[in-house]
Design a protein around this ligand. Structure first.
Ligand code: FUC
Length: 737
C-alpha cells in the first residue's frame, strides 16, 4: 500500500507537467522564419519520422525524413562508399512545398517550439488578418500534422506539392498527394499526404493540390519504407504503402483535436519526467527570442534559464528521434536534407552514437534507450560475419568498424573495442532500471559474447600482463598494443560482465576467468609530466589539443578512475584534461578559461565529454565552462550543435553531461551536487533524475547546500547517499530533509 502511494506521488509529480508548460525555459522562439536548414529551422519528430520547419509566410517548405531511408547494402570489406551501393548513406526523404497567395504586409511574426508539449507554433498578421500554424509529429498515431488557420473566412489560398528527394514522381488525386518508389538497393519507400480544409475548396491541378478561400487547412503526412531490422529477412519487410494508408485513414477518422491531445499527452509524459532549475534569468532577458539570447550568452552574459533550455532540448531531441520499435538516433538524429550527408549521417561508434545515449537513463528517458539496445542486437549477426572475415573464421563474438549502417554495413577503420563500448550501454540500462528480465534475456548474453571475443584476442606479455593488440586511440597516434582507451574499455566490459553475472548468480567458473583477465590487464600509467598516459609509451605531448579524450574513458563514461577510490589517477586525468584544453605545457601559467580550449577541441561533442569529465573529477567550475564553450563556439541559432557541420551528439551529450554535475551514482553511492559551478549555487533544484540501482531523485539547494531531497524506488531499498559532505544510508521512498 505504502509503495503504491509513493509511486502515485511520483507519477503525480512527474506527469503533471503543469510546472513546465508556461516557463520560458521550455520554449525556443524566434521573431522571423527560419531560412537556413541546419541552423535556423526547427525540428519535430516522432522517433521514426521527422521534419524541419521554416515557418515562411509565402513560400514554405517542410523538409521531412524517415530514419530507415538508407541507400547501400551489406558490406563486409570496410569500404566507405556512400552512394547508391556499398556502405550507403542516410537520405533525404522529400519536401512538402507550400505556396500561399495574397501576401500583404506581415507583422508580429513569431514561431516557437514547445519542448514539453512537442508542438510547433507560428503566428503573425498578414494585411491585418491573424494567421496561425501548428505542427506536431505524433508517436501514438504515427502521422505528422501541419495545420494552417486564418483568422478570417476565406483567407487561405495557395498550392501544395510533394517532392521526393529520391526521384519518385508525385501524383495528386482528390485531396491526396503521394509518391512511391524503390531505391537502387531495392528499399521501397512511399509518402502520402491528405489535405483537409474548412471553408473554400481543394482541387487537383496536375501533380499539385490547389486550395482556395479556406479558413483552415490541415495536412496529414505519413512516410515509410519497407526496412525491417532483421538480417535474416534481408532487412526488408512489408510494402510501406498499405501501412501508410491504414494509418492516415485512422488519423483522419480520429480528427485534429484528438490527434493533438493524444500527442501532447504522450510527449509530455516523457518530456516532463525530468527537469533542472539552476537559477532565474531576469524577465527582460528571458523575454527575448532564443537566437538573441544565445548570442548574448555567447558574448559572456549569464542566462540560467537558457542553460535549462539546452538540457531540455537534448531530451526533446531524443524523444523526437528515438522511440521503441525504431532505429537509434544517427549522427543527425533523424533530420537530414541531403542525399550525401557528412559521414553518411551514419552510426559512428568511437564516441558519437554512445554520446547520443548518455542522457537516456540519467535524464529519465529509459524507453528512448530501447532503439540503441535493439540496434546493437540486430547488428550483431552481420558484425559477427564481418569480424570472422577480418580476424579469422574461428573468432568468437564480434566487434565493428567505426561507421555502421542499418544493413549490417561496416565502413572505414576497425574500431576494435567498439563492441566493448556498446556493452557498457547494454549493461547501464540494467544498472539504472534493475530490470532482471532484460538483464537475463538481453544484456547478459551480449556481455558474455563480447567477453568471449576479448578472451581470444588479448595478448599476454612476458610478465603475464594482458594488452589489447594493435589498437588505435581514436583518432590519434600510432596503431600499437595496449592503447589505454582499449585497456580501459576492456576493463569496463569485464567489470560490467562480472556485476551482471553476480546479479544473476550464474557462470561462476567464467566469472573467475573474467576476474583473472581483468586483474591482469596492463594498468593505467602516470607519465613524465604527471599526465594519464594515452599509450603504453610515455609520449603524450602537453601541448596537444586533439579533440578526442579517449584515454579518459575510465573517468567518464567509465568508472575505473574517480577522485575517491583512485586519487592519483584522478589527479593525472585532471592534468591530461587541462592539457587537452590548452592549459598545460607552454600555457600552464595562463588561466583556464572558456577560450583556452581551441582549434580541434572545439567540437559539437568535445565540450559535452569534457563537461562530464570535469563533473566526475569534482570540478564544477570547469564543467560549467564547458557548457559555456558549447554555447559560444558550437551552437547554432536553432540550438543545434555543430561539429561543424550539424551533429546531434553535442545536443544529446550535453543533456547527459549536465546531470553528472548534479547527481552521480557510478561509485557505489548517490552523490548529490558533486560538481555545481558558483553561478548555479545560490538556489536551484532538479526533479526526476535517475540513479543506478533503480532510483529517481529530486533535490533542491540553497547556497550550494542541499536543503531537501527525495529518493524514490519501485521497491523499498536502502541506498548510500553523499549529501552536504556526509555519507549516510537511507531508505529510498522516504522523504528526507
Ligand atoms: C568521429 C570524430 C569526428 C566526427 C565523426 C563523425 O570520427 O572523430 O570528429 O565527429 O566521428
Amino acid at each position: 500500500m505504502k509503495k503504491r502511494i509513493l509511486i502515485a506521488l511520483l507519477t503525480l509529480l512527474t506527469a503533471s507537467g503543469i510546472w513546465a508548460q508556461d516557463k520560458n525555459s521550455f520554449v525556443l522562439w524566434y521573431n522571423k522564419p527560419g531560412t537556413k536548414w541546419e541552423s535556423e529551422r526547427l525540428p519535430i519528430g516522432n522517433g521514426r519520422m521527422g521534419a524541419m520547419l521554416m515557418g515562411a509566410v509565402a513560400a514554405d517548405t517542410i523538409q521531412f525524413n524517415e530514419q530507415s531511408l538508407w541507400s547501400g547494402d551489406n558490406n563486409w570489406d570496410g569500404a566507405y562508399e556512400t552512394g547508391d551501393h556499398g556502405f550507403g548513406a542516410y537520405r533525404n526523404f522529400g519536401e512538402l512545398r507550400m505556396q500561399f497567395t495574397g501576401a500583404g504586409a506581415v507583422a508580429g511574426y513569431k514561431q516557437s517550439l514547445n519542448l514539453v508539449s512537442g508542438i510547433y507554433n507560428s503566428t503573425y498578421t498578414n494585411g491585418g488578418i491573424p494567421f496561425q500554424r501548428e505542427a506536431f509529429a505524433s508517436h501514438p498515431d504515427q502521422v505528422m500534422v501541419f495545420r494552417y488557420t486564418a483568422g478570417k473566412n476565406g483567407k487561405l489560398s495557395g498550392r501544395i506539392s510533394l517532392w521526393s528527394a529520391q526521384g519518385a514522381a508525385s501524383v495528386a488525386s482528390g485531396n491526396l498527394l503521394q509518391f512511391s518508389g524503390a531505391m537502387p538497393n531495392q528499399l521501397r519507400y512511399a509518402a502520402q499526404v491528405a489535405a483537409l480544409h474548412e471553408g473554400g475548396s481543394i482541387t487537383v491541378a496536375g501533380s499539385e493540390l490547389v486550395f482556395t478561400g479556406c479558413r483552415t487547412l490541415t495536412l496529414y503526412l505519413d512516410v515509410r519504407t519497407n526496412y525491417k531490422p532483421d538480417y535474416n529477412a534481408g532487412w526488408r519487410g512489408a510494402d510501406p504503402l498499405p501501412q501508410i494508408e491504414k494509418e492516415l485513414k485512422a488519423a483522419l477518422h480520429k480528427g485534429y483535436a484528438s490527434l493533438r491531445a493524444a500527442h501532447v499527452k504522450d510527449f509530455t509524459k516523457l518530456a516532463a519526467a525530468a527537469r533542472i532549475d539552476v537559477g532565474t534569468t531576469p524577465a527582460a532577458l528571458s523575454a527575448l527570442p532564443t537566437d538573441i539570447r544565445r548570442a548574448k550568452y555567447a558574448a559572456g552574459g549569464t542566462d540560467p534559464d537558457l542553460e535549462e533550455t539546452l538540457f531540455q532540448y537534448g531530451r526533446y531531441l531524443l524523444i523526437s528521434s528515438s522511440r521503441p520499435g525504431g532505429l537509434p538516433a544517427n549522427l543527425q538524429g533523424l533530420w537530414n536534407n541531403s542525399n550525401n550527408p557528412p559521414w553518411a549521417s551514419d552510426y559512428h561508434n568511437n564516441i558519437n552514437i554512445q554520446m547520443n545515449y548518455w542522457l537516456a537513463e540519467p535524464a529519465n528517458l529509459s524507453e528512448c534507450n530501447q532503439p540503441l539496445i535493439d540496434y546493437i542486437v540486430a547488428q550483431a549477426e552481420p558484425c559477427r560475419l564481418a569480424t570472422r572475415k577480418a580476424f579469422g573464421a574461428d573468432t568468437r563474438g564480434w566487434t565493428a568498424r567505426t561507421s555502421q549502417s542499418i544493413f549490417g554495413g561496416n565502413g572505414w577503420e576497425w574500431n576494435i573495442p567498439a563492441s566493448a563500448w556498446y556493452a557498457q550501454h547494454v549493461y547501464e540500462r540494467w544498472a539504472f532500471t534493475m530490470d532482471r528480465v532484460y538483464l537475463k534475456n538481453t544484456a547478459y548474453p551480449v556481455l558474455k559474447e563480447i567477453c568471449n571475443y576479448w578472451e581470444d584476442r588479448l595478448k599476454q606479455l612476458p610478465d603475464g600482463s594482458l594488452v589489447v593488440p594493435n589498437g588505435w586511440s581514436p583518432e590519434h597516434g600510432p596503431r600499437e598494443d595496449g592503447v589505454m582507451h582499449d585497456q580501459q574499455l576492456v576493463w569496463d566490459l569485464f567489470q560490467n560482465y562480472l556485476d551482471a553475472a553476480k546479479a544473476l548468480n550464474i557462470d561462476a567458473g567464467y566469472q573467475a576467468k573474467v576476474a583473472d583477465m581483468q586483474h591482469r590487464l596492463a594498468p593505467n600509467k602516470i607519465g613524465k609530466w604527471g599526465q594519464l598516459q594515452e599509450w603504453q609509451a610515455d609520449r603524450d605531448d602537453p601541448d596537444d589539443q586533439h579533440r578526442h579524450t579517449s584515454h579518459l574513458f575510465a573517468v567518464y563514461p567509465g568508472r575505473q578512475i574517480n577522485p575517491k577510490q583512485t586519487p592519483e589517477l584522478a589527479k593525472a586525468a585532471i592534468i591530461s584534461l587541462r592539457s587537452r584544453s590548452g592549459n598545460y605545457g607552454k600555457n600552464s601559467n595562463k588561466p583556464f578559461t572558456v577560450a583556452s580550449t581551441v582549434g580541434d577541441s572545439r567540437r559539437s561533442w568535445s565540450w559535452p565529454w569534457r563537461c562530464a569529465l570535469w563533473a566526475r573529477l569534482g570540478e564544477g567550475e570547469k564543467a560549467g565552462m564547458m557548457i559555456r564553450g558549447l554555447f559560444t563556439y558550437n551552437l547554432m541559432p536553432n540550438l543545434f550543435t555543430t561539429h561543424p557541420p550539424f551533429q546531434i551528439d553535442g545536443n544529446l551529450g550535453i543533456s547527459g553531461a549536465i546531470p553528472e554535475m548534479l547527481l552521480q551514482s557510478h561509485a557505489g553511492e548517490i552523490n548529490l551536487l558533486p560538481a555545481v559551478p558558483a553561478a548555479w549555487k545560490a538556489s536551484g533544484s532538479f526533479k526526476g533524475l535517475r540513479a543506478r540501482g533503480g532510483f529517481t531523485v529530486d533535490c533542491s539547494w540553497k547556497n550550494g547546500w542541499v536543503v531537501q531531497y527525495r529518493i524514490y524506488s519501485k521497491t523499498p531499498q536502502k541506498v548510500w547517499v553523499r549529501v552536504n559532505g556526509t555519507v549516510k544510508e537511507v531508505m529510498a521512498g522516504t522523504v528526507k530533509k
